[in-house]
Design a protein around this ligand. Structure first.
Ligand code: HEC
Ligand code: HEC
Ligand code: HEC
Ligand code: HEC
Ligand code: HEC
Ligand code: HEC
Ligand code: HEC
Length: 414
């Protein structure tokens, strides 16, 4: 069973004797649940006609939409023997702004893809934020809050924006999980995406799986938040139900029916949510180096080290400092046994954001959230919390008491 293999694509076999045939096989231990034909590049999702379709520059006849040759161009003599795997552009750009994938995943006006759609941030695609005036509007743009040398860059009217720095990601992957030992030969997008399998519904794959099945992550049983972290309450999609909510919703009453990220409207739970905590923790359970901050980042411990992870709330203290907003339940007296875990992408955009630390601009149905300066999180945290009264005020320096896993005397982490 473990030696079974599958082709990701075989519909061209024998149909055109003139074109060289390429095949990709993966050794799989379980029946395949996705294939190139089901992937966004392979012209299945979102709809036929939207797969890879590079603007034509050569003299040979155009390839059909979704065909491998849009990326592995077997007919362009100028790239033969030049680019890895006969890709139409080099795979191994050592750059933040130039990248094989960015040839298409950039602004529609400069993309080499015919009719490339805008590609919005997670706040829009999953959080439901309106697209009017939104910035950035494509994947390349989301990575442009960082300069080529890893320093912070102003963009979208923000001076505190942030992006994953592809150079640090390449270094982190080098020699691990089947990635090349030379960071300059790694395409950083492959940390989280398999170009042959990525689907619109489930675009991501785990880096730790790259040397193995490199399957799509999140589409199957065992890969959902509920499977690995207990009952998960997905945040609301935009817009948040009208504030303030009735008092009973603070104390375990039913939250107003409203569409959730990943979930059917009107339900509390969303068994379909992919487990992006596990995906991010592949790397962040270890200290990652940040060129921008000139330090190693904190190790994230979602099991016992974080209030937003499985560590949970400190019981009676909770409602003294403020209440959680719907759809989350409060537990002022420490009687609820269910854990209320949230996941990384409920707060962070995976690519980049006009806010610091990749913090999303739309969280739990609240849009246009900005972090005006470093550590100024009052409005941002208020998307899920009614922050309490007394000495707790918006002028405080939040990071001196709050942050991942920092067991400070007061804030006890988050
Ligand atoms: C969106 C662009 C794109 C499309 C479309 C695409 N590939 Fe690839 N392919 C890549 C990239 C990028 C790599 C390098 C992957 C890596 O470095 O791990 C690759 C790697 C490969 C490899 C090397 C082995 C491997 O799995 O890494 C083969 C063989 C291959 N592709 C065949 C195909 C076939 C067959 C198709 C059509 C069914 C196809 N590709 C469609 C981008 C593409
Ligand atoms: C020839 C153009 C082209 C290239 C090169 C290309 N893509 Fe795509 N990609 C597309 C198109 C078209 C879609 C489907 C339209 C869309 O939804 O954005 C897509 C969809 C995706 C998706 C699914 C998400 C979604 O919203 O549909 C992911 C993930 C993705 N691409 C990643 C990559 C990565 C990583 C690379 C580089 C290895 C890459 N792409 C290279 C054209 C391309
Ligand atoms: C392949 C390894 C890898 C994976 C997977 C990964 N990261 Fe990172 N992350 C890094 C590295 C390396 C850095 C430090 C360099 C940088 O800023 O990008 C980093 C930095 C960060 C930062 C700090 C950025 C800043 O400048 O303030 C945040 C926040 C973050 N990651 C969140 C996430 C989230 C959320 C996920 C899952 C969607 C994730 N990471 C997945 C490697 C990874
Ligand atoms: C640290 C992990 C990580 C890295 C690195 C990463 N992505 Fe993503 N990407 C994600 C996640 C997670 C999502 C959101 C999945 C979802 O919406 O379900 C996503 C979504 C996408 C989408 C679909 C949404 C959209 O904006 O249209 C595309 C396309 C995409 N990524 C392309 C890329 C490209 C190109 C690169 C390299 C420049 C890249 N990604 C690097 C994790 C990553
Ligand atoms: C409730 C919102 C929230 C959730 C959920 C969340 N984060 Fe964060 N994250 C933040 C905030 C706020 C910061 C800035 C404070 C800090 O650095 O600790 C941050 C900072 C980070 C940093 C930079 C840490 C440093 O050294 O400064 C990384 C890396 C990170 N998060 C990764 C993750 C990962 C991985 C997950 C999921 C396992 C996750 N985050 C879940 C809000 C969140
Ligand atoms: C996506 C929604 C969300 C966001 C955004 C969010 N939180 Fe939370 N927070 C929660 C949930 C849910 C809990 C309860 C966790 C549990 O009980 O297991 C919680 C718990 C806490 C706790 C533990 C005390 C308590 O009430 O249980 C602190 C402290 C906290 N959050 C601080 C913050 C800070 C500071 C920010 C902003 C940087 C923030 N939170 C942003 C959802 C969120
Ligand atoms: C002097 C330390 C300190 C500072 C500074 C501070 N907090 Fe807190 N905060 C606390 C303590 C203590 C709690 C209660 C934590 C607990 O219950 O474990 C708390 C709780 C919270 C909670 C959870 C509310 C609840 O109980 O559900 C949020 C949200 C929060 N703080 C946001 C902020 C924000 C935003 C800032 C910056 C404007 C900030 N805090 C500054 C100490 C601090």
């Amino acid at each position: 069973m473990n030696t079974a293999s599958r082709k990701v694509f075989d519909s061209r076999e024998g149909t055109d004797g003139q074109r060289p045939y390429l095949s990709v096989t993966y050794d799989v231990g379980a029946p395949a649940t996705s294939s190139y034909a089901d992937s966004a590049h392979g012209n299945k999702i979102p709809a036929p006609g939207e797969g890879v379709n590079r603007k034509w520059v050569g003299t040979a006849p155009p390839y059909e939409i979704g065909e491998c040759s849009h990326c592995h161009d077997m007919f362009d003599d100028s790239i033969c023997g030049v680019n890895t795997l006969n890709l139409f552009a080099p795979l191994d750009y050592d750059s933040q702004w130039d990248n094989f994938c960015f040839q298409c995943h950039q602004d529609p006006s400069s993309s080499v893809q015919v009719d490339m759609p805008y590609q919005y941030t997670y706040s829009v695609t999953r959080g439901g934020a309106p697209t009017a005036d939104v910035c950035p509007t494509n994947v390349k743009g989301a990575f442009k809050f960082v300069n080529e040398d890893g320093t912070q860059r102003s963009k979208c009217g923000s001076t505190v924006g942030s992006s994953h720095f592809l150079g640090d990601i390449r270094n982190s992957l080098a020699g691990k999980w089947g990635f090349d030992a030379d960071p300059a030969k790694i395409n950083a997008c492959h940390a989280c995406h398999n170009p042959h399998l990525a689907m619109q519904d489930y675009p991501a794959s785990r880096p730790s799986d790259h040397g193995g099945y490199w399957e799509v992550w999140g589409d199957e049983a065992g890969e959902k938040m509920d499977d690995n972290w207990g009952t998960y309450y997905p945040p609301y999609k935009y817009p948040f139900p009208e504030e303030p909510l009735a008092e009973e919703t603070y104390f375990g009453g039913s939250p107003p029916p409203q569409a959730h990220e990943w979930g059917p409207a009107g339900t509390y739970f969303s068994p379909d949510t992919p487990d992006y905590a596990t995906l991010c923790l592949d790397c962040h359970q270890d200290a990652q180096h940040s060129t921008r901050l000139s330090r190693n980042l904190k190790v994230i411990n979602w099991e016992t080290g974080d209030r937003h992870g499985e560590k949970g709330e400190p019981g009676a203290a909770q409602c003294y400092y403020g209440y959680l907003k719907a759809p989350y339940e409060n537990d002022c007296w420490g009687t609820i046994s269910k854990r209320k875990v949230v996941m990384c992408t409920d707060c962070h955009d995976p690519h980049g954001s006009p806010n610091e630390f990749l913090l999303r601009t739309c969280v739990n149905g609240h849009d246009d959230l900005s972090v005006p300066g470093p550590g100024e999180w009052w409005d941002w945290c208020s998307s899920c919390h009614w922050i309490g009264s007394g000495w707790h005020s918006s002028g405080l320096d939040c990071p001196s008491c709050h942050g991942h896993g920092e067991n400070t005397a007061f804030g006890e982490g988050f």
